[in-house]
Write a protein that binds this ligand. Structure first.
Ligand SMILES: *Cc1c(COP(=O)(O)O)cnc(C)c1O
Length: 397
């Protein structure tokens, strides 16, 4: 059984603050500070360029990929870290399309995160071969799978509502129609069990600054099913995806392994921070995380609905149909969230009216949930959203 008091002690959690926004930016792991200092002073500072070899900077993206692989049910050698999630979406979609050159449709849903749709749109435009991006309602995905679809590109857990797709079922349906299944795990890696190999997903991508606590700007990751690794030509054929980067051959030859999905020089300091952040998973069972996240979120829904009937649950009520966040809709959601933050409860807001609260058992416990409900009750009772100071929109919501 995972010791969640021990995992909580591994994070820097500012006093007097309840942080229900780990679904957007995980908090600082204490070990990350020491690691960042070491990589800067001892490695960059003292070893200088020798650190690429002596501190194994060059292997970092693979090493991290293998550790993330464990959390998403992928075998070693199938995941590599780097770049941003938007870039990884582009690469994986391009790889998927190259496997179905005759087909003309990319299928996605309206619950997908905009950057995924934007990247797909940009890729299809530059390919200029009559491909279209078909965006349907999330509940219409299954019936929209047909044998003219090349790639089904979905985000497993909806960033606004927390609604989770049935990955196994949709992947199976996709494969039955010869469709490549690409999954974005931004809101599921580190939040709930994911079994990529078992469901047979073709490609997957995700970020590490949400539930994996890698820090702002932490690198993303990409997974390719073993049989696709050597058969797809990388769309972003950077030198670090080359079979022999230091041969400096003018002709590109992709690495035979997952390294072919690397692009350029990795962000070493950020990767070192991520590596330290991943240590906590060595003592955590993701099934325990899931069970506890369900218990916490169910408790939160009960408390909030009993105290604030003017909020409407915007997440599935069935915990099995949600990821690790709970959203409520409220017309004054933005100002209300600002008021909650001023009282020490941090969640976030997504237009037009969604207030999101993330449940991350590594550092959130039941006492936090009760204290959060107390703050919400006070803000609602005092109608704090009416104050002008809370209505001014910041750049990041
Ligand atoms: C958070 C998130 C992103 C962010 O992409 P970046 O390139 O890291 O900014 C993309 N897609 C989904 C589904 C997300 O939840």
């Amino acid at each position: 059984m995972t010791d969640f008091a021990a995992t909580k002690a591994r994070f820097h959690l500012p006093r007097g603050l309840i942080y229900l926004d780990g679904n957007s930016l995980g908090p600082l792991p204490l070990a990350a500070m020491a690691r960042a200092e070491r990589v800067m002073r001892d490695e960059w500072g003292d070893m200088l360029i020798r650190a690429w070899n002596q501190a194994f900077w060059m292997e970092q993206p693979r090493r991290i990929g293998d550790r993330i692989a464990r959390l998403i049910g992928a075998p070693p050698g199938t995941v590599v870290a780097g770049d941003t999630l938007s870039i990884k979406v582009y690469q994986s979609l391009a790889a998927g399309l190259s496997l179905r050159p005759e087909r003309k449709i990319v299928l996605s849903d309206s619950g997908n995160f905009p950057t995924d749709l934007y990247m797909a749109d940009g890729l299809l435009r530059s390919l200029d071969r009559g491909l279209t991006l078909k965006v349907v309602a999330p509940e219409k995905v299954e019936e929209s799978i047909s044998d003219d679809v090349a790639v089904m590109m979905l985000t497993h857990v909806d960033y606004r509502s927390g609604r989770a797709h049935d990955m196994a079922r949709l992947t199976e349906r996709a494969h039955a129609a010869g469709v490549i299944a690409l999954w974005d795990l931004a809101h599921s890696a580190g939040a709930m069990p994911v079994e990529l190999a078992e469901v047979g997903a073709d490609f997957a991508v995700g970020c590490t600054y949400k539930y994996l606590n890698g820090g702002p700007g932490a690198p993303a990751f990409i997974y390719a099913r073993p049989d696709h690794i050597s058969t797809t030509w990388p769309a972003l054929s950077g030198w670090l995806g080359h079979e022999a980067p230091f041969a400096f051959d003018p002709a590109y030859r992709p690495s035979p392994g997952i390294d072919r999905l690397r692009v350029g020089t990795p962000p070493v300091v950020q990767m070192a921070i991520l590596e330290a952040a991943l240590d906590v998973w060595d003592e955590v069972d993701i099934k325990d995380v899931r069970a506890r996240s369900i218990a916490l979120s169910q408790r939160f829904i009960r408390e909030v609905e009993a105290r604030c009937p003017i909020w409407t649950l915007a997440s599935p009520r069935d915990p099995e149909a949600r990821g690790s966040q709970v959203s409520f809709a409220f017309e004054h959601g933005y100002a209300t969230m600002q008021a909650l933050i001023s009282r020490g409860l941090i969640g976030d807001f997504r237009a037009p009216d969604i207030m999101r609260f993330g449940f991350t058992p590594l550092y959130i416990d039941e006492a936090d949930v009760i204290a959060a409900a107390d703050i919400i009750e006070g803000v609602i009772a005092e109608k704090l959203w009416e104050r002008t100071e809370f209505q001014k929109r910041a750049t990041v919501t």
